[in-house]
Design a protein around this ligand. Structure first.
Ligand SMILES: [Zn+2]
Length: 467
């Protein structure tokens, strides 16, 4: 813009243009849409696609819906390959109908990379025809999600295709979740050198990456369930040197002897680590890794195991100290007993900002560790200002939480350290909120800016994607 044009004149001009376009659109919306340039209309089409999942072949959803509006749209939409580059199938319960839709999508997507999502549950009569339709296009696969029961016949063909090195060169996101049936699926991935996201879950067993196969340098997120043993799991992460997010859901298993000493394995980029299931195997794995960039850690055990599991805390403390990491978010949940070791973890996490505590209340008894010292000279985790509480709580638990928060606020006022003062307290079950507010001066804390609300677990970073 030239310097000699006054800013006020430009503003007035823009304001007039805005009101004029608004008036025209209000009076003659159809004419305005009809006059949109094709490039702009294509952008509008692309914004109509669902951002939550791949599009379904439905007359109520884009892109099919777009072809039923007017003559111009009916002619334009099928010629835009990006509109047809992703499809979600399986809801129609009919393989023949899905096959028809898939054929349309593949033809209209031209040479664009493709994303597929198949949901083949036990009620879906899968004869493997869909996968036969897309296998010739494997060079165009970009993302492939499959949730399958025992009856799905796609799996063997997919697994075979992904066991050939340097196949599926564009594939960067592969997710296979075995949903129903008793026969576990064994998944092996040697193809897709550009893969950055790999989920294998449900009743699948992952022998994912053989020790001698090429490294997956692009792999950022790996989530696996039922990794058969710790050695196999270490081989897998060893093939993925750039891992940032790792979830391992260990199978709860009868006692297995401790492993012999294994070489320490470093994961320099790992910032989020989810440990679920058997703590016994988790202990062995944690003893063998270093994660200097670790910021988020969750430990969740759905079942009680032997009484020596407190080693999990010993292992976690050693991992944090060995890695010299600055943990910021920590969630502990489930049947982890005894839980006394959690205080040791809190002692070595001065950077902790968020703590999520799970069910069964045992852990809450150790929240005492988060109260300031008797003489108010120090407190653990001075930056901790967000608390999340999951599942059922007793009145004693609620009082314990309120007491801890009361003491931390007093410490904060005494030393004028506002970051110590809890700012957010969230409950998974909102029914506890009124009782919590009745303790101490919690209403006053809320007036001062503290948030007490329901926790939306669906958006939490610690939610498992493979269980
Ligand atoms: Zn299938």
């Amino acid at each position: 813009m030239p310097d000699n044009i006054p800013l006020g004149a430009v503003k007035r001009h823009l304001q007039m243009a805005y009101w004029r376009s608004k008036w025209i659109f209000k009076r003659r919306p159809q004419q305005v849409i009809d006059r949109l340039p094709t490039e702009l209309l294509i952008q509008v089409f692309l914004h109509c696609l669902s951002s939550k999942s791949f599009p379904r072949p439905s007359v109520r959803e884009a892109p099919i819906l777009l072809t039923r509006v007017c003559r111009r749209w009916r002619a334009l939409a099928p010629s835009v390959p990006q509109l047809w580059a992703a499809i979600s199938l399986g809801r129609s319960w009919s393989e023949a109908r899905d096959l028809k839709a898939l054929d349309v999508w593949i033809n209209r997507s031209q040479s664009h990379p493709l994303c597929f999502s198949f949901t083949h549950s036990v009620d879906y009569r899968c004869y493997g025809k869909l996968v036969q339709e897309i296998l010739p296009q494997i060079h165009r696969w970009k993302a492939f999600y499959c949730a399958a029961s025992d009856r799905c016949r796609c799996f063997l063909a997919i697994n075979k295709a992904l066991s050939i090195p340097n196949n599926a060169l564009l594939l960067n996101d592969f997710r296979f979740i075995k949903t129903e049936g008793e026969n576990p699926r064994v998944v092996t991935v040697r193809a897709a050198p550009q893969m950055s996201t790999l989920y294998v879950g449900g009743d699948s067993v992952l022998y994912p990456i053989a020790p001698l196969c090429n490294k997956f340098h692009a792999m950022r997120e790996l989530r696996i369930h039922k990794c058969p043993n710790v050695v196999s799991c270490l081989h897998t992460v060893n093939r993925c040197p750039s891992l940032q997010i790792l979830e391992i859901a260990w199978l709860n298993h009868p006692y297995t002897p401790r492993m012999p000493h294994i070489e320490m394995h470093s994961m320099p980029h790992l910032h989020t680590f989810l440990v679920t299931g058997s703590l016994e195997k988790a202990c062995s794995f944690i003893e063998c890794i270093q994660a200097p960039s670790l910021l988020r850690l969750t430990i969740f055990s759905p079942a009680v195991e032997r009484w020596d599991e407190w080693n999990i805390w010993e292992g976690v403390v050693k991992l944090i100290k060995r890695s010299v990491c600055h943990l910021e978010e920590f969630r502990v949940d489930g049947m982890i007993s005894p839980s006394i070791g959690i205080a040791e973890v809190l002692r070595c996490t001065p950077s902790l900002k968020s703590l999520t505590v799970g069910r069964y209340g045992l852990i809450l008894t150790h929240m005492d560790a988060l109260k300031p010292s008797f003489d108010m000279s120090y407190t653990l985790c001075p930056q901790l200002n967000r608390f999340e509480f999951l599942g059922e709580l007793s009145s004693a638990d609620l009082l314990q939480i309120a007491t801890t928060i009361f003491h931390r606020r007093r410490y904060s006022q005494r030393w004028s350290q506002t970051n110590v003062s809890p700012q957010t307290v969230l409950f998974e079950l909102k029914g506890y909120i009124p009782q919590f507010i009745s303790y101490y001066d919690v209403p006053e804390y809320i007036n001062d800016g503290m948030t007490v609300a329901e926790l939306d677990c669906s958006q939490a970073w610690w939610v498992s994607e493979v269980l």
